[in-house]
Design a protein around this ligand. Structure first.
Ligand code: PMV
Length: 354
């Protein structure tokens, strides 16, 4: 058998991770990643994942490199399963080389899987010769990681929960330039979380507060949509902050059968809590800033453009007073959706039947 690898087609795509103002937590269908509720987000312009996919003749299996190293088995299989979805859509059987790098850490509540699967979807679909529209690309990305569907459109985005595979996708609510909103993300070197969001979604219904959260989510979505349209920062910030705590209330009271020593899932670290309390003190003194958290210790602060310097100054002083080493601050505005950042290799030639 020839070991020669000849390149058929390749494409490189970039995507930003996104930050949910109304969160996705819990699923109706864990295979298709159909969410229990709709969610609203913005892409974080200060962080980026870049992914190249190269379908090649002669490759016997998919080769994956993430941040310069082969990923762990679970992540490798997740990427291969996603390539299988693309191969099925394009009706090809070629294996692929995937090289992906992100300029921010993973598994710390920075939504790395959202940019990872948005970039992988666009790069793989393009390299395979598919010409998907935004809705189709969002549907494909959702099957890799639910939140990834929201990294496909530009600006402020709503993932409409939908009823089935074809009706569950993200679309733009408002362009990013509509509002000079900023996100200041504070990341600590705390190591990766011990319970993945995939597990968190699965066990969410074991919390007595899960159904209460879902009962109220329709009115929270409505409040966030209106606050965005009216550029009502106080309503947006407080609704987003309370919404994040609702997710954590569910997580902290969820039961993970495989981890019987845990009473619930604690994604927060002591540093997270310290900054959350500091934000509330700053607000009391008049600083217009709110926080939100994903499933991890990272804190995302929301503010308007005119308050960015004051908020960054307050965060830096806080980190200094806590003698926090290894903390990083990433500044973002609402970023664009996934885009092709380098295409090479030309059109796909007729794939071999094997
Ligand atoms: O896409 P997943 O399965 O990694 O879920 C992400 C869930 C949260 O980040 C906690 C919330 C959200 O809506 O992004």
């Amino acid at each position: 058998m020839s070991t020669e690898v000849s390149i058929a087609a390749s494409a490189t795509a970039c995507a930003h991770p996104n930050l949910a103002l109304v969160k996705y937590w819990g699923q109706l269908d864990p295979v298709l990643n159909l969410p229990a509720n709709s969610s609203i987000s913005l892409n974080l312009s200060g962080a980026i994942t870049k992914t190249t996919v190269r379908f090649a003749r002669g490759l016997e299996s998919d080769q994956v490199m993430i941040n310069g190293a082969p990923p762990r088995a679970e992540a490798h299989h997740r990427v291969c399963d996603h390539l299988d979805r693309v191969r099925t859509l394009a009706d090809i059987s070629l294996r692929a080389e995937v090289v992906s790098t992100s300029d921010f850490p993973s598994a710390v509540g920075f939504a790395s899987s959202s940019s990872a699967f948005a970039a992988l979807s666009l790069a793989a679909a393009t390299a395979a010769g598919l010409d998907l529209d935004e809705r189709e690309l969002s549907i494909l990305a959702r099957k890799g990681s639910g939140s990834a569907c929201r990294s496909v459109p530009d600006g402020f985005v709503e993932w409409v929960a939908g009823r089935d595979d074809q009706t569950s996708y993200a679309r733009q609510l408002l362009p990013g330039e509509y509002w000079d909103l900023h996100v200041i993300t504070v990341v600590w070197e705390t190591g990766q979380k011990s319970v993945s969001s995939t597990q968190g979604h699965r066990v969410a219904p074991t919390s007595p507060f899960y159904s209460a959260r879902l009962e109220r989510i329709g009115s929270i979505l409505e409040a966030v949509r209106s606050a965005l349209i009216e550029r009502d920062f106080a309503t947006l910030g407080m609704t987003a902050e309370r919404e994040a705590m609702s997710l954590h209330a569910v997580a902290m009271t969820s039961r993970v059968k495989e981890m019987p020593w845990m009473s619930g899932i604690y994604y927060l670290s002591p540093q997270t809590l310290g900054l959350m309390l500091a934000v509330q003190r700053w607000r009391r003194k008049g600083l217009r800033v709110y926080f939100t958290l994903d499933a991890g210790p990272t804190v995302h602060l929301l503010c308007e453009g005119r308050d960015v310097n004051a908020v960054v100054g307050a965060v830096e002083a806080h980190l200094q007073s806590e003698a926090a080493t290894g903390a990083d601050i990433v500044q973002s505005t609402p970023g664009r959706g996934a885009w092709l950042c380098n295409k090479e290799g030309g059109a796909m030639v007729a794939p071999p039947s094997t």
